[in-house]
Design a protein around this ligand. Structure first.
Ligand SMILES: O=C(O)CCC(=O)C(=O)O
Ligand SMILES: [Fe+2]
Length: 245
């Protein structure tokens, strides 16, 4: 069997990191085989059917019962691409930690409510794999303000950034400015088969909704939590809770 992810060259990796730094995102094009993705697509369709046509999300590898998404997370070529991207971008080697995986399936009315939620991820690197993207109407573009902050050394400072963003006033004003075009955000229309990389914890981002009768599904591979060892966070969240994004 072919590898689930190709071995990217130094040149490809350097281009991806450059694109992430300059325009906000880098792309590994045509790296996921269409046949391999077909089973994942059926998994998504079935999950949405079981939730009566409404939004479903699976968080944590143990809850994502899909073959491709598990093998990708284990594929040495994919793991080493993510670590190389991290090392090139951050200037030091990344931690030896697994991905935090999420599978989001947008559909129905709830899909709309799960959109336009501007946030920073808790992890340095985000690899996003589009699985189903509508080809007409609203496609559920990824919206980003790339690299609006550095990786925070301190969890407390990170928390202040998050609080400034995660409140109704900021969310409303970002959305209004996005809708009237004043935000100057980068919009990414994603194509299944590609993987998109961006600095999730440095970039304010969200997704647009898709039409309620359409499906938009994405798999996220989050890598490297800069505050994994923070005592303050442990105290605030309790030991067991996992970061949401
Ligand atoms: O589904 C997407 O396009 C992005 C979702 C996202 O940013 C997240 O789950 O952290
Ligand atoms: Fe995110």
């Amino acid at each position: 069997m072919d590898a689930v992810f190709p071995s990217l060259s130094e040149r490809d990796l350097a281009r991806i990191v450059d694109d992430m730094n300059q325009r906000g995102y880098g792309v590994a094009e045509g790296c996921i085989d269409a046949d391999a993705m077909a089973a994942t697509r059926s998994f998504v369709l079935k999950a949405i059917e079981q939730s009566n046509g409404e939004y479903v999300v699976f968080a944590g590898r143990e809850n994502i019962a899909d073959g491709l998404l598990a093998s990708l997370a284990d594929a040495p070529e994919f793991v080493s691409a993510c670590r190389a991207i991290y090392a090139k971008g951050m200037g030091h080697a990344g931690p030896d930690t697994p991905f935090y995986q999420v599978l989001r399936c947008l559909a129905g009315k709830r899909g709309e409510r799960e959109s336009y939620i501007f946030h920073y991820d808790s992890f340095v690197l985000t690899a996003l794999m589009p699985i189903v993207i509508p080809t007409e109407g609203q496609a559920g573009d990824l919206v980003m303000l790339p690299n609006t902050r550095p990786v925070r050394g301190s969890y407390a400072v990170n928390l202040v950034d998050k609080l400034l963003l995660d409140n109704r006033l900021t969310q409303r004003s970002l959305r209004a400015r996005l809708e009237d075009g004043r935000l100057g955000a980068t919009k990414v229309r994603m194509t299944p088969g590609n993987i998109y990389f961006f600095w999730g914890c440095r970039s304010i981002h969200c997704n647009e909704p898709c039409d309620a009768d359409k499906i938009r599904a994405t798999a996220l591979f989050h890598y490297a939590d800069p505050h994994a060892a923070s005592l303050l966070r442990r105290l605030l969240r309790g030991d067991r809770s996992k970061p949401k994004r």
